[in-house]
Design a protein around this ligand. Structure first.
Ligand SMILES: Nc1ncnc2c1ncn2[C@@H]1O[C@H](COP(=O)(O)OP(=O)(O)O)[C@@H](O)[C@H]1O
Ligand SMILES: N[C@@H](CCOP(=O)(O)O)C(=O)O
Length: 382
């Protein structure tokens, strides 16, 4: 529940006089969300969301609101902020900075399909490209430096297993050239509960209050770690493939991004493991905070460290042309995925490695077990 600052009918009616949005018909507090006080507001001209900001400074809010306006004007489905009669996006209500934005239609989805992940990938790439014209910069709240010092502060309070994992991961993270990855404006928290879908189609993205300047790949990794995972934390290959393919159709990756994709997935998993651990070990007082499970992201991190593996059944009855089956499955996979193909056609022992080498994949192993022939590949850069 998160209406920290109540608003009476009279206060809201008075506040609405500042806006060219007609008069109040109805309003209700929004129970979801944990950071701010939010209300659905219906006036004679439409439906809006009123937010009273509980933590951010006016300077930060000016960045978030002008960025949201920029993205809305570029056709990105975000909740457009409304200007008051003075042309200001930010106002004040009950001593809190306050803003009105358009209410987006639709609901959050829990179980996205590959098609919905693709839609999100396309939108994220468009968001990144259109952010190029946005002149303001904002350092990340949870960037590489934050991860390093938060890990150092939490380490003494973790049990041996978690401390060993964290220490090793921090050492690894310092080998990643984050500064060299292409960067720009990113959303930085685009989880499923920050996107709305209407009739199966993406209708909007909300909660831009972590937006900042950071690596685009990192933003995509945050998305994939939330949208394209199985319940054990492993990547769901059809969903992640759909998302990455759609993203890269709009903004193709640079070679360094191919090289550091797996590493960036680890950085993104680490970020949420740390913020959730921090929230658990250093709870904020006074607020009703929804405690999210840190283990979810530790498990995701462990899977990303172990790298992903997929097994393909290319036995003769299922597939007369095993090399085609492998080709279709491997196409558009990111680098570093281990693919094990099981075939009954002995020709596959020659054909698949020959095809793989031509396409830049590494043949890790070929072996025969009775009538089954097994080829293990590691994907190279698509
Ligand atoms: N523009 C919007 N259109 C429709 N629903 C919204 C909009 N903004 C917020 N909501 C609803 O309010 C909830 C809380 O918003 P959120 O921004 O996540 O809050 P907080 O910043 O307090 O965590 C969201 O989960 C969503 O259901
Ligand atoms: N989406 C995040 C919540 C936002 O991050 P935090 O740094 O405020 O904890 C999550 O699911 O953990």
């Amino acid at each position: 529940m998160s209406v920290y600052t109540p608003v009476s009918v009279t206060e809201l009616e008075h506040f609405l006089l500042e806006y060219p949005l007609g008069t109040l018909k109805a309003y209700t507090g929004i129970s979801a969300g944990v950071e701010n006080s939010n209300f659905f507001v219906t006036t004679t001209t439409g439906e809006y969301v009123l937010t009273l900001f509980e933590h951010h400074t006016p300077v930060e809010l000016a960045y978030f609101l002008t960025l949201t306006q920029h993205w809305a004007e570029a056709g990105i489905p975000v909740a457009r902020p409304l200007a008051n009669h003075q042309g200001h996006l930010l106002s004040q209500l009950n001593s809190k900075p306050a803003a009105l934005v358009m209410r987006l239609p639709g609901q959050h989805i829990e179980h996205p399909t590959p098609q919905q992940c693709a839609e999100l990938g396309t939108m994220l790439a468009r968001m990144h490209l259109s952010g190029k014209d946005f002149p303001q910069q904002r350092p990340p709240d949870r960037g590489h430096e934050w991860r390093l010092h938060t890990a150092a502060a939490l380490l003494p309070r973790l049990d041996t297993d978690n401390a060993t994992l964290l220490e090793a991961e921090i050492a690894y993270q310092q080998t990643i050239p984050f500064q060299q990855l292409p960067a720009g404006v990113i959303h930085a928290d685009l989880f499923r509960d920050n996107a709305m879908f209407q009739q199966g189609t993406l209708s909007g993205v909300i909660d831009l209050y972590f937006a900042c300047t950071d690596s685009w790949l990192y933003d995509l990794a945050i998305v994939v770690n939330d949208w394209c995972c199985n319940s054990d934390g492993s990547l769901d290959i059809p969903r992640s493939q759909a998302c990455l393919k759609a993203y890269q159709a709009v903004r193709p990756w640079q070679p360094l991004e191919h090289q550091y994709w797996q590493a960036t997935l680890r950085a993104a998993a680490l970020r949420f493991w740390l913020s959730r651990l921090d929230a658990q070990l250093n709870p904020r007082h006074g607020d009703m905070i929804l405690q999210k499970d840190p283990h979810e992201f530790r498990d995701k991190l462990l899977h990303r460290i172990g790298q992903e593996t997929i097994t393909l059944d290319a036995r003769r009855l299922l597939c007369p042309m095993p090399v085609i089956r492998v080709q279709q499955a491997v196409e558009n996979l990111p680098a570093g995925i281990t693919v094990t193909a099981i075939c009954t056609d002995p020709g596959a022992l020659h054909d698949i490695p020959a095809w793989a080498r031509i396409h830049g994949h590494t043949v890790v192993e070929t072996r025969s077990e009775g009538r089954e022939h097994i080829i293990v590949l590691q994907t190279g850069q698509p």
